[in-house]
Design a protein around this ligand. Structure first.
Ligand SMILES: NC(=O)c1ccc[n+]([C@@H]2O[C@H](COP(=O)([O-])OP(=O)(O)OC[C@H]3O[C@@H](n4cnc5c(N)ncnc54)[C@H](O)[C@@H]3O)[C@@H](O)[C@H]2O)c1
Length: 372
């Protein structure tokens, strides 16, 4: 198969879909690799390294989209990239369609086969979302701590406090991968940390794990209001796979929060879990609503592209090898949970959660992929 790796063009996105090591592995499986010139620049990888790994380095992105049967990216295709996609071409990348009707429409129009990293399943887990969730969770507290500093617009509170001065209170809503990584970093920085989650089983297992060092309890309207009022930093880390994020913190709750509270809405890539959130970028990451500082960067791991690229590639490579060597139909059959990643196939929506959220019809992947 011809596999294309374009340079990411989203604001401040420096990650790349394949590292030279992954290219080498794919070449050893008989694949032809076309990498856009400068694609690895943001992580300190030169075109020469891709050439040495066996790829062709292409200066025209149009040529990559024209010639490749499989396109490997990191972030969702931007409108100009969607227009380059063609019928039955396979796109494997993060999509987050529930938060993006325009992208959904453009991908449907393209006729391409769009597989989203974030909805591929393995047992009950999301193996291709997990590494980025781990990184985003850790970074969310780093970002939150920075924006609590006075010169960044915060109230001037240090997460860990000082001798004789109480630490800051950090609330994490959603105790999954993002939430636990955020909570552990906040705890490590000396903050007083609580986690709220709607799953009783999750709360029970978190309480067993943290044994009181992090207080974990059931999430609900009252508990969210009570904790929000008392917190200095709130991390939004909820997920309902594929669907839009539930709005767990309303504008009304913001009004009872202390002015200068910082919220980091990590779930913004799924539409955000604060009613007042809207996506921001690393270039212009924050805005203020009702006196509360909102940090809503949709590609948080993009801040550490080197770590993120290697972590992502490690988990995506086995799926890419299977796709390239066996084709999508066989790959979906042979790897359990891979077909859950298929969001759009030849003009049809195949992910039920996305379709329900956008109020669009959907079909099952077997019938969609079988269509010529
Ligand atoms: N902005 C970014 O750069 C970035 C990067 C990675 C992940 N994310 C996003 O972060 C979010 C969390 O990802 P994850 O991997 O931790 O998911 P996860 O599935 O591991 O955890 C989600 C948790 O949220 C809980 N939950 C669901 N609804 C809830 C509600 N109403 N109230 C409280 N808890 C609720 C679930 O029980 C689960 O424990 C996702 O939206 C993901 O797309 C964003």
């Amino acid at each position: 198969m011809i596999i294309g790796v374009p340079k990411e063009i989203k604001n401040n996105e420096f990650r790349v879909g394949l590292t030279p090591d992954s290219v080498k592995v794919l070449v050893s499986h008989g694949q032809i690799l076309k990498v856009e010139a400068g694609a690895g620049m943001g992580i300190g990888v030169s075109d020469k390294e891709y050439l040495e790994a066996g790829a062709e380095v292409i200066s025209e992105v149009g040529e990559i989209f024209r010639d490749s049967e499989l396109i490997i990216k990191v972030k969702e295709p931007q409108p100009e990239e969607c227009k380059l996609l063609r019928k039955e071409q396979i796109l494997f990348t993060y999509l987050h369609l529930a938060a993006d009707r325009r992208q959904t429409e453009l991908l449907l129009e393209s006729g391409a086969i769009a597989i989203g990293y974030e909805t591929v399943k393995k047992g009950g887990d999301l193996p291709l979302l997990a590494p980025m969730s781990e990184i985003a969770g850790k970074l969310s507290v780093q970002a939150g701590a920075r924006f609590l500093e006075k010169s960044f617009g915060g109230t001037g509170i240090l997460l860990g406090g000082a001798a004789g001065v109480l630490p800051a209170r950090v609330l994490v809503i959603g105790g999954g991968i993002v939430g636990q990584n955020a909570a552990q970093v906040a705890l490590g920085m000396g903050a007083e940390v609580s986690i709220l989650d709607t799953s009783a089983g999750k709360v029970r297992s978190l309480n067993d794990k943290y044994r009181g060092s992090i207080k974990c309890s059931l999430s609900g309207t009252d508990s969210i209001k009570r904790h929000s009022q008392a917190s200095d930093l709130i991390i939004g880390a909820v997920l309902s796979p594929g669907a839009g994020a539930p709005k767990v913190v309303t504008r009304e709750t913001l009004r009872i929060m202390r002015p200068g509270t910082v919220i980091v809405d990590v779930a913004i890539d799924q539409g955000g879990c604060f009613e007042t959130s809207r996506p921001t970028t690393h270039e212009d990451p924050v805005f203020v609503v009702e006196g509360v500082l909102h940090y809503c960067v949709a590609n948080i791991p993009g801040a550490v592209p080197k770590t993120s690229t290697f972590a992502l590639n490690k988990v995506t490579l086995p799926y890419i090898i299977k796709l390239a060597t066996r084709g999508p139909d066989a790959a979906f059959t042979e790897i359990p949970g891979f077909s859950d990643g298929l969001n759009i196939c030849k003009g049809k929506l195949t992910n039920k959660a996305v379709a329900d959220h956008l109020e669009l019809p959907h079909v099952d992947w077997v019938s969609a992929i079988g269509e010529g």
